[in-house]
Design a protein around this ligand. Structure first.
Ligand code: PAF
Length: 288
């Protein structure tokens, strides 16, 4: 695997592969890789001849009081895991290479509507930061296909809309959530959990599973969500949101059959997110 820091080196290298008619995959990451990231790389290997992973802790997607400084940086271990996983190119630019004029002067990409509410509501500007850096990476690599985890459900929806609205010829593939044995969705932020919090953390997924079962049995969404929030508080979380949306993140109506439960909750210093699909029975409606 080649590690590249420089934008021009990246362009030249990728260009050579494109001239050979190779199908190019991009896996954007912020590093501190775990089995969830490796599932993205494995999927990319299956869909392309050449896999580019990016590793960039993107300051634009962190709010002023968020964990940019604390975000785990484990470059050497990440490099070793990517090599082992069969990644061809690791692109890891500096902040000044991507944002040479500073963040304030930087042109931004804003995806309306989908980026508002849920994580976008609690983290103002977050999805502009994600959309901007992902657009830059798309422009630099010009991949045929790009891979994102389904754990970041709203992020995946925002990126699909970005690609569609900007007519980018890039296929976006969402890769299923990878969970620990106890159900906790893998996340770099799980590393912030104390031993005691780590023991509590699977309750987020377990709560979603209970809510899904209740909804699939036709119970009222309002009541189920209320019970879910109470269960999260009782377990020790401070819930940020717990919502039922249709799969495009619109409101659930009487016609909705395929829905998704989405949750974000604070546990100690870790903000955990998770989601779960729900198949709503025909007899239920939006007034549940
Ligand atoms: O999901 C992430 O790790 C980041 O939001 C991404 C897509 C790499 C953009 O910085």
């Amino acid at each position: 695997m080649r590690t590249l820091r420089d934008i021009n080196d990246l362009r030249t290298t990728v260009h050579k592969h494109r001239l050979r008619q190779q199908r190019i995959a991009l896996v954007p990451t912020m590093g501190n890789l775990h089995a969830g990231h490796l599932a993205l790389i494995a999927s990319a290997r299956q869909h392309a001849d050449m896999v580019v992973a990016s590793l960039f802790v993107n300051p634009m997607q962190f709010g002023p009081d968020e964990d940019l400084d604390a975000y785990p940086r484990t470059f050497e271990a990440d490099q070793a895991q990517l090599t082992e996983a069969g990644c061809d190119i690791l692109f890891s630019p500096t902040v000044s290479a991507l944002y040479p004029n500073g963040l304030a002067a930087q042109t931004r990409v804003h995806v309306p509507e989908l980026g508002e509410g849920l994580c976008g509501g609690s983290r103002p500007g977050h999805f502009d930061g994600v959309s901007t850096v992902v657009s830059m990476l798309f422009n630099l690599v010009q991949p045929d296909v790009a891979f994102f985890g389904q754990k970041d459900y709203q992020q995946l929806a925002v990126i699909r809309k970005l690609v569609s609205d900007l007519h980018l010829p890039i296929e976006i593939i969402g890769v299923p959530i990878v969970r620990a044995e106890d159900g906790l969705a893998l996340s770099s932020r799980n590393g912030y959990l104390s031993q005691q919090e780590r023991a509590i953390a699977p309750a987020l997924y377990q709560t979603l599973c209970k809510l899904r079962d209740a909804l699939e049995h036709g119970e009222s969404a309002e009541r189920v969500l209320h019970q879910g929030k109470t269960a999260l508080y009782d377990a020790g979380f401070t819930p940020d949101y717990l919502e039922l949306r249709d799969t495009m993140l619109g409101p659930v109506t009487s016609l909705t059959r395929h829905a998704v439960l989405l949750a974000a909750a604070q546990l100690g210093t870790a903000r955990l997110i998770d989601n779960l699909s729900v198949q709503l029975p025909a007899a239920t409606d939006a007034s549940r």
